[in-house]
Design a protein around this ligand. Structure first.
Ligand SMILES: NC(=[NH2+])NCCC[C@H](N)C(=O)O
Ligand SMILES: [Mn+2]
Ligand SMILES: [Mn+2]
Length: 272
């Protein structure tokens, strides 16, 4: 039996650096998902609702100023989804949400294989004095023992500190120079996928707070996803900033990735 996809919105950008705006992401991603401009089919031909069960929990009533309280609320919500045998698919919000998300999924499945798409490694010990910064979630995840393996791709802003952090934690970073989807390891389960939309090139994903030229194409992201073995036990799509979007193309991309993650979780995957 394939798991139902449990959608949950996390409208928070309290841990964003440089600028806020990602808290508005969940609402516009849902609007794009159900817009008549498109339809609800995946590239596999599966359709959300007809072939793939989708349970939408709406947005969590996060405080967006009390990080500890919000982390606890996220942990409780994910534990509830896991208890039902569901597959949590979270909509950010900034990337700080991935720490409590991964910790809650790992509490159920044990340490995870994580595939992380991003322009940024998000491995800072702390950023601007904030250890829960959206630039630090993977340092917290690795310190907490929640990952068996972390593979990062799309990374193109790696500074000395984050290179040292990656070496410290044994993170595999696939270089963007000469990138080919076949270079990305095939991960088995329990697999968690985290997509920061700024990992995709700004020409295809302008609606982000930290656009970085020279990113992944959408087609490359889908090619990497198709190669993965799984099973998928959780995922998130984060860092959409609607203030910078153009014709809702980034929101539409987030909705497309939501559908393709849902499809991936159902197609020829062993139960988890
Ligand atoms: N995950 C992020 N968006 N990090 C924000 C970038 C932090 C800092 N400006 C850098 O380029 O390293
Ligand atoms: Mn990023
Ligand atoms: Mn990120």
């Amino acid at each position: 039996m394939h798991p139902a996809i449990h959608l949950i919105g996390l409208p928070t950008d309290q841990n964003s650096s440089f600028e806020r705006g990602a808290a508005k992401g969940p609402a516009v991603i849902r609007a794009a998902l159900w817009s008549d401009r498109g339809n609800i089919s995946c590239e596999s031909g599966l359709e959300i609702g007809r072939d793939i069960e989708l349970v939408d929990h709406g947005d969590l009533p996060l405080t967006d100023h009390d990080c500890a309280a919000d982390d606890a609320m996220i942990a409780d919500a994910i534990a509830g989804i896991m208890a039902q045998g569901g597959l949590p698919l979270a909509l950010g919000g900034d990337h700080a949400v991935t720490f409590p998300l991964v910790a809650a999924v790992a509490a159920h499945h044990g340490p995870l294989n994580i595939l992380h798409f991003d322009a940024h490694p998000d491995l800072y010990e702390d950023f601007e004095g904030n250890p829960r910064s959206h630039a630090s979630p993977f340092a917290r995840i690795l310190e907490g023992g929640h990952a068996k393996r972390l593979v990062q791709l799309g990374i193109r802003t790696l500074n000395r500190h984050c290179r040292e952090q990656a070496a410290r934690f044994g993170v595999k970073i696939i270089p963007m120079a000469g990138f080919n989807p076949a270079q990305v390891p095939v991960l088995d389960g329990p697999l968690y996928i985290s997509i920061d939309l700024d990992g995709i090139d700004p020409s295809e994903a302008p609606g982000v707070s930290h656009p970085e030229p020279g990113g992944l194409t959408v087609r490359e992201v889908l090619a990497v996803l198709a190669r993965q073995k799984g099973p998928l036990v959780g995922a998130d799509i984060v860092e959409l900033n609607p203030a910078h979007d153009q014709n809702a193309v980034t929101a539409t991309l987030a909705a497309k990735l939501l559908k393709e993650l849902a499809s991936f979780s159902q197609v020829n995957k062993t139960d988890f």
